[in-house]
Design a protein around this ligand. Structure first.
Ligand code: LLP
Length: 417
């Protein structure tokens, strides 16, 4: 569900013609819909309303502080994975006691900063990390609230690069070692064990992997309780998929209706979920301008002004993003690759796509680009990063200005030795 639609053959974001925004801010441009974000967040809130819960938006999916600020105002907590994300979440007004911190490689400085900020808990991914957090907490005269991230060895049936809950993945503590690790953690004086965490992967489009992993975690929590370890927070991670092409993922409501009965043995726990893509993914588009069209010997190319530095998902995961013109007109169609200006053959937004034959200067919308779009963008080929705009009703505002050439060299210095 989203609030991008055609009216009089022109693409609108909510009540604003996208072309009107682009005339003002140029291309490439990320454009987000406030109403879509709100609707998706509320869908999770109401799905989980029968149980004690906290939604922690996964900051990495789209970390613009305007978006974090909206979510914080709607009551969201944040799931973070770095000191930078902690900084963003706090700047955006998130109460620290709604922040959970995952990631296999937290540094000592990041841990100390998070402890001093008063976050809700660390999702700890190894024995070595438990020991370090314990030591830092001791040095600071504090107790660190922790959950252990358990790797339940369940196949999320998604792209291998975004599957995280298999034995071979680097994430979490293995299911088999979980009890021993909890018992070891319980002996550390400066830790307070309060939860359990799992996140098995991203863009999951069926309930099966969720059910399997939740069943395993519930059983484990019962075993922990028998061993004197009380768990108050049950963090089920993120991962719910969206429709990019023809996927039909369950809605938050359907997911909750499936999972809540499985959680009944642990009814006194607060359930945390960490949705990212299912909130922001379909709330954003990337608008790009056609620069040239080229008929090659084997292939046709539509060359646009957005590249893999702006949206890396097609290059990195062979991901599909629907691409459509901002204006619907009578045009011929052709089979074309949509490619960017970057000097890499892997720089494409679409391959062998049936698309309108456009002219230079025409505009295209790359759909479902609100998640892992701008947040994964880079300056490769010394390309300034795109502008970000948020639309609310009939108004819009730049929420991150386009980078300038000067931004590109900011912080760099000519050698003067
Ligand atoms: N929680 C944890 C611990 C995570 O690692 C992630 C995502 C999430 C929550 C949010 O997952 P979501 O609800 O968005 O699926 N760049 C890839 C996706 C990487 C996801 C990494 N972790 C992509 O563009 O598909």
């Amino acid at each position: 569900m989203n609030y991008f639609h055609y009216q009089d053959n022109e693409l609108y974001c909510e009540q604003v013609p996208v072309q009107k925004i682009v005339k003002q801010v140029g291309t490439p441009a990320y454009i987000y819909s406030h109403e879509t974000l709100q609707r998706h967040f509320q869908a999770f809130e109401s799905a989980l309303s029968p149980i004690k819960h906290l939604l922690c938006y996964a900051v990495k999916t789209n970390s613009n502080i305007a978006i974090l600020n909206l979510l914080a105002k709607w009551g969201a907590g944040m799931d973070i994975v770095s000191g930078g994300e902690l900084y963003r979440a706090l700047q955006a007004g998130t109460p620290p006691n709604k922040i959970v911190y995952a990631g296999v490689g937290k540094t000592a400085d990041e841990i100390a900063l998070a402890l001093q900020s008063g976050i809700l808990m660390f999702n700890v991914e190894s024995r070595a990390e438990l020991n370090l957090i314990d030591k830092i907490a001791g040095d600071l005269g504090r107790k660190a609230p922790v959950a252990l991230r358990i790797n339940p060895d369940v196949d999320p049936l998604t792209h291998p690069y975004i599957s995280t809950g298999l034995k071979k993945n680097k994430f979490g503590i293995s299911f088999k070692q979980a009890l021993d690790e909890y018992l070891a953690a319980a002996l550390l004086l400066h830790l307070e064990i309060i939860g359990i965490h799992k996140h098995i992967g991203s863009q999951i489009t069926t309930v099966g992997p969720y059910m399997e992993s939740v069943n395993k975690i519930v059983e484990l929590v019962q075993r922990l309780r028998q061993n004197g370890i009380d768990i108050r927070y049950l963090n089920l991670g993120g991962g719910l998929g969206i429709t990019y092409n023809e996927e039909k993922p369950p809605s938050p409501q359907q997911l909750a209706e499936t999972l809540i009965p499985l959680l009944s043995p642990l009814s006194n726990c607060t359930v945390i979920m960490e949705p990212g893509r299912s909130i922001a993914g379909n709330s954003g588009i990337l608008v790009t301008k056609v620069l040239y069209c080229k008929q090659g010997e084997e292939k046709n190319f539509t060359i646009v002004d957005a590249g893999m530095n702006d949206l890396v998902r097609p290059s990195l995961y062979n991901a599909y993003h629907h691409i459509q013109p901002l204006q619907i007109k009578e045009r011929g169609e052709w089979l074309t690759d949509v490619v960017g200006p970057i000097c890499e053959s892997g720089d494409f937004l679409a391959k062998d796509r049936k698309l309108a034959k456009l002219e230079a200067g025409e505009l295209l919308a790359v759909m479902s680009a609100g998640s892992y779009g701008f947040s994964m963008s880079s300056n490769y080929n010394s390309r300034p990063r795109a502008v970000e705009v948020l639309v609310k009703g009939d108004k819009f505002q730049v929420i991150r200005r386009r980078e300038s050439y000067n931004d590109l060299i900011m912080g760099e210095m000519i050698l003067n030795l």
